[in-house]
Write a protein that binds this ligand. Structure first.
Ligand SMILES: *Cc1c(COP(=O)(O)O)cnc(C)c1O
Length: 515
């Protein structure tokens, strides 16, 4: 049987082959829950004593999902839902029909000896039925869109509820609530995914950055180059490691670190550079790596927004000496709480990160370094293992929606869309448009007025943040970063937004510029 991850649309009914195990004793058919069908079964029932003119079904379910197998004989299943109709003949116990919720179904044309088995995702609940066809029609007709949330994490939970419950069970079954096999399993899987030799889980993305710097011996008296336009954690982690952040400006069209400005900022104290693959688009790493190798700088990718993105065919997280990831819930790979990780090809370095994040202990109760407590929670690791299976599919969906925005908005004067370098395969953590001088606030309010959630990433450049007020930075020294903070506006873009929702945002944005 093909796994659920092979299906691109979770709302499509699917006919799949039942796994058959045959030997001299006969045949055994196997249907697995979560991984194959997409849900675990709460009920098993079957239809029998049928005649040719029997009719079953004639209803829809709001939430319940089912898997049908004609164990003997045959039946025709007529389906209607999501604007489509399907007619499927089930006449072999080697085929299973997986039926999502929201379909009106009619079972007709039974063979007289038919025996049809049904596996259901929920217990019996009369509230879940729609028994009236007219009611079904009004239920299934997509209501006109009147609001689009910036992101709705509830949809992620709903889409994956079975997998997430499985993750909770796996955690309890493991009996390990700090460290243990689930954390180790995730570290191996995530390193492989990112194309790095090793990964170590930590408590969040901020710690990932700080611990990576400290593991490389970077601290007081050292300087680390970071972009002036990023989430504050990038620069704050440098300070918390005891070193001094040194800023460079960013490119106007991508909002990424301007690599051509890095060399001029290098002093004898410079030990590292942190390129941030902001919004899911990779930084131009080759020239940066060339400069860094000439000056012996440690290159630490801030990959908190770029899980799965490619630079010249290589994944973010395997491009520099090490990379720091955040698994904050809204990131492309997000946990259900705080979580982070560091990847690198250098296993000694990765052990050092692990040691620093575990009270600096080289072995239990022997503390070599002034470490901290920053460990990946096993339940978060279990969630992340489930979600890692979906990451490529969801990143592909983000790209589809970004393409929809680009096609729908590229002709608008007064709006600059995010640039894509030809060597990049971005993962669209954020779709940040730049709005013409002085109009950002007006567009933001307009969209809010028609129910569209937006965000500003970020309203202040690093050198204007109060926490760095005593660093002596000239407030006018990074003009592009400063002007981006006045013009950027992030439109809703999440894997679980529908095409219609994105079209609504496009239409409302166009209306603003027409008005
Ligand atoms: C989210 C983020 C971080 C910090 O991650 P946390 O897990 O929230 O600590 C660091 N850098 C960037 C660019 C981020 O977007």
């Amino acid at each position: 049987m093909k796994s659920i991850f092979d299906s691109s649309d979770m709302n499509e009914p699917r006919l799949v082959s039942v796994k058959m195990v045959r030997d001299s004793r006969g045949a055994l058919g196997v249907v697995e829950g979560l991984n194959e069908v997409g849900f675990n079964f709460k009920r098993f029932y079957f239809l029998t004593d049928l005649s040719k003119d029997s009719e079953r079904g004639g209803h829809a379910h709001k939430r319940l999902r089912q898997c049908f197998v004609a164990l003997r004989g045959g039946v025709t299943v007529r389906l209607e839902g999501f604007g489509k109709t399907h007619e499927i003949r089930l006449d072999s116990c080697e085929k299973a029909l997986i039926l999502p919720s929201g379909y009106w179904r009619e079972l007709v044309d039974f063979d007289s000896d038919s025996l049809v088995a049904v596996l259901a995702s929920e217990y019996y609940d009369e509230q879940d039925y729609i028994r009236d066809y007219e009611e079904f029609l009004s239920y299934s007709r997509p209501a006109a869109i009147t609001a689009v949330p910036y992101i709705d994490l509830g949809r992620h939970v709903e889409a994956m509820r079975g997998n997430l419950q499985e993750a909770v069970d796996r955690t309890f079954d493991s009996g390990m609530f700090i460290g243990g096999s689930l954390v180790a399993e995730f570290e191996v899987a995530f390193a492989r995914y990112s194309g790095a030799a090793k990964a170590v889980g930590v408590a969040n993305g901020y710690d990932a950055l700080e611990l990576a710097l400290r593991a490389r011996g970077i601290g007081p008296g050292h300087e680390v180059i970071v972009p002036a336009h990023t989430f504050v954690a990038t620069a704050l982690a440098v300070s918390r490691a005891g070193a001094t952040p040194v800023l460079v400006d960013v490119e106007r069209d991508t909002a990424l670190m301007d690599v051509t400005q890095v060399e001029a900022r290098i002093t004898p104290r410079t030990k590292a550079v942190i390129p941030v693959h902001l919004y899911g688009h990779p930084v131009d790493m080759d020239p940066l790596l060339e400069i860094s190798s000439r000056h012996d700088l440690f290159v630490l990718e801030d990959a908190a927004q770029s899980h799965g993105a490619f630079y010249k065919g290589r994944r973010c997280g395997s491009l520099g000496d090490a990379a720091a990831f955040s698994f904050y819930p809204t990131k492309n790979l997000g946990a259900y709480g705080d979580a982070g990780g560091v990847t690198s090809d250098d296993s000694e370095f990765v052990s050092k990160v692990r040691q620093l994040g575990n009270y600096g202990a080289s072995r239990k109760y022997y503390h070599d370094d002034l470490g901290i407590n920053s460990r990946l929670d096993p339940m978060q690791a279990a969630f992340l293992l489930q979600k890692l299976e979906w990451l490529d599919r969801w990143n592909a969906r983000r790209s589809e929606l970004a393409r929809r925005y680009i096609d729908g908005l590229s002709d608008i004067d007064g709006l600059r869309l995010p640039a894509i370098r030809n060597w990049a395969e971005p993962v669209w953590h954020v779709f940040a448009v730049q709005v013409a001088e002085g109009r950002r606030q007006a567009l933001e309010s307009w969209l809010a007025g028609v129910g569209v959630g937006t965000n500003i990433h970020y309203p202040l450049p690093i050198h204007h943040q109060k926490c760095f007020a005593n660093f002596g930075w000239d407030p006018n020294s990074f003009p592009i970063a400063q002007s981006l903070t006045q013009s950027v506006l992030s439109l809703p873009l999440d894997a679980l937004h529908t095409d219609d929702e994105i079209d609504y945002v496009i239409e409302q944005t166009r209306n603003f510029f027409k008005a």
